[in-house]
Design a protein around this ligand. Structure first.
Ligand code: SF4
Ligand code: SF4
Length: 462
């Protein structure tokens, strides 16, 4: 009986290695002496006692290929069960106009003076209604996300009012994604609909100089003051703010300064304030000045920041995990989450069929990164329906390459947009190198759990 070749093994130092079992989720730190002989259960008898051998067997390190295939099918029920509660996000683009000229904007090629009419909004709402009925979704799972461009740059404020009013009537929730510059103009309306509005997503990308270089008005004036004032105003009016910071190469080294600023503002003491970190990812922008940094580098930064600044616990969240969610959650490095970190059968919420983007042209797109991109159109409001298509609701089991892949339950099938624009990408190599880089970056923290004599299990099995 051989140790499954599906197990990921990372050397930590001369004494210990980390084992990750993508078949059942097990993560264990093991003494290297276990592997000084061939990786066989029989040979391990010479080093391990009976109980340790049994332990390794129970952790699934000797699973046969047949057992792996059976488990992959069985475990899907965990993911399906979780899907019963996942909220749906219907992005409503009120306008593709924006008063900012951010150099890192992934929508910059689509920004234009286009605004939806009230008639078009009615059709969008009808489409959401049809979808809700067809899928038998409770009202509490429906979110209309007010999105743009800058969604508050509308010439007709009645558009925003109608979205809030209709959501209130349906008992749906709203999320408002805004650069903050026009919050003041709508504040009375937001207070009136505070029960309907779940939260505001306002981006603050760094301390003043850094934020201003990444988030300037058209014409170049910095927006730092206005963004900070908008967050202050929303909090003062008891509206919930999930401040966002998009970490990239251009601002990661200033993150500590931003933490200092946030602490000075006393926002962390406010129960209505949360801080969400995202990674900059833009697969359609082949510009050499791309801002992206690896998932491993972002998560490492957050782990060390949380350790240094205890006040950030429970406030700072990173949810755009691609490959590292299960590992990070197992070690508990970023605190408690409501997010699902079980075996991944889909890559991201849009691909799992939970997100739809209604653009100003009446078409429905796959995800916010694909607005007005005909390759990713998934329906139109004229047909009153979101069409089923190749992009959504596919699991790793639907793709022969993914169902055979060793790291499928950590990956979930990869990003369809990345695959389209980087056709030569070796996705397994890419995912594995992301995981390996992260293990290397966090080696010291992993070794805090290690023992030279015994196996240390980091988590429970899925
Ligand atoms: S790494 Fe590639 S083959 Fe493996 S699950 Fe992800 S997308 Fe599929
Ligand atoms: S499909 Fe790709 S680009 Fe779109 S949200 Fe998912 S990971 Fe991002």
């Amino acid at each position: 009986m051989e140790l499954s070749n599906r197990i990921l093994k990372f050397g930590l130092n001369n004494t210990n290695s980390l084992l990750i079992n993508p078949i059942n989720g097990a993560i264990d730190i093991v003494p290297n002496k276990i592997f000084s002989l061939r990786y066989t259960l029989e040979n391990s008898k010479q080093i391990l006692g009976d109980s340790e051998r049994e332990y390794l067997t129970n952790r699934g390190y000797f699973f046969s290929e047949q057992k792996r295939e059976d488990m992959l099918i069985d475990l899907e029920s965990i993911s399906k069960q979780h899907s019963q509660k996942v909220p749906y996000w219907f992005y409503v683009l009120t306008t593709l106009n924006c008063n900012f000229g951010c150099p890192i904007c992934y929508e910059k090629k689509t920004l234009e003076n286009s605004e939806i009419s009230l008639k078009k909004l009615e059709k969008i709402i009808n489409t959401v209604n049809v979808f809700q009925k067809e899928h038998k979704l409770s009202d509490s799972r429906i979110n209309l996300v007010i999105f743009g461009g800058e969604p508050l740059c509308v010439s007709n404020p009645e558009l925003i009012h109608q979205i809030l009013e209709i959501s209130s009537e349906h008992k749906w929730k709203n999320i408002i994604v805004t650069n903050g510059s026009r919050v003041n103009n709508f504040i009375d309306m937001f207070i009136k609909y505070s029960n309907t509005i779940s939260d505001f997503r306002v981006t603050l990308d760094g301390p003043r100089i850094v934020h201003d270089s990444r988030r300037s008005y058209l014409g170049g004036r910095g927006s730092f003051n206005d963004t900070v004032n908008a967050i202050d105003l929303l909090l003062e009016k008891n509206l919930s703010v999930k401040m966002q910071t998009i970490l990239g190469a251009g601002n990661i080294s200033y993150f500590e300064d931003l933490i200092k600023f946030v602490k000075e503002k006393d926002w962390l003491q406010n129960s209505l304030f949360q801080w969400r970190i995202e990674g900059s990812h833009d697969y359609t922008n082949l510009d050499i000045k791309k801002d992206e940094i690896s998932e491993g580098k972002i998560v490492q930064k957050l782990i060390y920041s949380l350790e240094e600044h205890r006040e950030l616990q429970g406030k700072l969240k990173f949810e755009s995990f691609k490959y590292l969610g299960h590992i990070v959650q197992s070690f508990g490095w970023l605190g408690k989450y409501n997010t699902y970190f079980g075996p991944k059968y889909g890559f991201c919420e849009p691909q799992k069929g939970f997100h739809y983007v209604f653009s100003t042209n009446g078409k429905i797109y796959h995800c916010p990164r694909t607005i007005n991109n005909s390759d990713f159109c998934v329906g139109t409001i004229e047909e009153n329906a979101i069409l089923s298509n190749e992009l959504k609701n596919k699991t790793v089991l639907d793709n022969p390459k993914c169902s055979q892949c060793t790291i499928n339950t950590l990956c979930g099938g990869g990003c369809v947009v990345q695959k389209k624009y980087y056709q030569k990408l070796n996705c397994q190599e890419y995912a594995l190198s992301t995981i390996a880089e992260f293990i290397d970056l966090t080696k010291d923290k992993i070794l805090e759990h290690a023992s030279s004599d015994k196996i240390v299990s980091i988590n429970n099995l899925w």
